[in-house]
Design a protein around this ligand. Structure first.
Ligand code: ADP
Ligand code: MG
Length: 321
């Protein structure tokens, strides 16, 4: 069975997510009408997932629905924004109702959980691709940007690093990944509450989508500064720690993508308050290094020597240059 475009939209995308009074008009008209609160800056972000580029063909549609929205909400989290609305541009090879039902269920569950509403989109035919634009707000002037780091700031991350990368390595090698790591790869949970809690404390922030080294690198570039990171401080789950320990290769926590944790910088006087706010959210915070005047990212082995990436690790870095 295949569905027409209008039936498809009506059936799967007309009422997704949490109903909100600030949506004056949602799916169904020529444009949505939204009413942001007075005194807030609007934060807008867009991310596209293309089959065989950003996810493997045959990925569970419910997980794909979740992840497509999660990666966008993660960008809003990294700005310290409160997510409100999103639009969905879907390119589909066909209109398979079973695939659409599962995709929209995964998407809708996260949307309800995070209180966001699907307010419009576009549906076209072609190779499978999902593009979401997410909108949220932040009190005027308080967004967490990439360009605010200062010399002497502590560098911290939420959660653990390298879990999604470990799952992907397993899948590509034909081995079943550990459950927790597969969950991190396919159903990441954006750090929305943590991002908001860091408003007024963090001097800069970014979400880790391309790997810590690359994403911290963006903060350093935009802030025109450098940093030292202590490898032994990187927060790793047990399976990632075992890999790193047995190979001496830190590329999983340093250079593998898709973790969707936050990396942020804190003036030393804000560290205690940030720890206490994130502890209140049961969100782990780990200090991994410090912002310095000398440009570049210095990675320090436990004995204080400079880390020399292995060949595999080095290639990871090159891919993100
Ligand atoms: P138009 O031709 O005026 O652009 P469309 O036929 O593309 O209108 O869309 C009709 C309505 O359905 C619009 O409100 C649009 O935002 C919404 N819509 C289309 N595709 C999607 C989708 N994949 N998810 C959510 N809303 C959608
Ligand atoms: Mg249209």
């Amino acid at each position: 069975m295949s569905l027409g475009e209008f039936d498809l939209i009506q059936r799967f995308f007309a009422a997704q997510g949490r109903e909100r009074p600030d949506v004056l008009l949602g799916v169904g008209d020529d444009a949505a009408l939204l009413r942001p609160p007075v005194g807030m800056d609007l934060a807008v972000t867009q991310d596209t997932l293309v089959e065989s580029v950003h996810f493997l063909a045959g990925t569970d549609p419910a997980r794909l629905g979740h992840k497509s929205l999660a990666v966008n909400l993660s960008d809003l989290a990294a700005m310290g924004a409160d997510p409100a609305w999103f639009t969905l541009a879907l390119t589909l090879p066909g209109s398979d109702p079973d695939w659409l039902r599962r995709f929209s269920a995964g998407l809708g569950q996260l949307a309800v959980a995070e209180g966001v509403r699907l307010v419009g989109g576009d549906t076209t035919r072609g190779p499978l691709a999902i593009s979401i634009t997410a909108l949220g707000w932040v009190p005027a002037g308080q967004a967490l940007r990439r360009d605010g780091a200062r010399i002497g700031d502590q560098i911290a991350v939420t959660g653990t690093l390298g879990d999604a990368g470990l799952a992907l390595t397993c899948l590509l090698g034909g081995v079943a990944p550990p459950d927790d790591q597969l969950e991190r790869l396919e159903r990441p949970w954006p750090r929305i509450a943590a991002g908001q809690a860091l408003r007024g404390l963090a001097s800069a922030a970014i979400d880790i989508s391309d790997g810590l080294a690359a994403d911290l690198g963006h903060i350093l570039e935009r802030s025109s500064l450098g940093a030292s990171v202590r490898l032994a401080a990187l927060p790793c789950s047990p399976p990632v720690a075992v890999r790193v320990g047995s190979s001496g290769d830190w590329s999983l926590p340093l250079a593998s993508g898709d973790d969707y944790e936050l990396c942020f910088t804190l003036p030393p006087g804000h560290l205690a308050e940030a720890k206490s706010r994130l502890a209140g959210l049961a969100c782990p915070l780990t200090v991994i290094g410090e912002i310095e005047a000398t440009p570049g990212l210095r990675l320090l082995e436990p004995d204080g020597r400079a880390y020399r990436p292995t060949r595999a690790g080095y290639n990871h870095f090159a891919a993100h240059d």
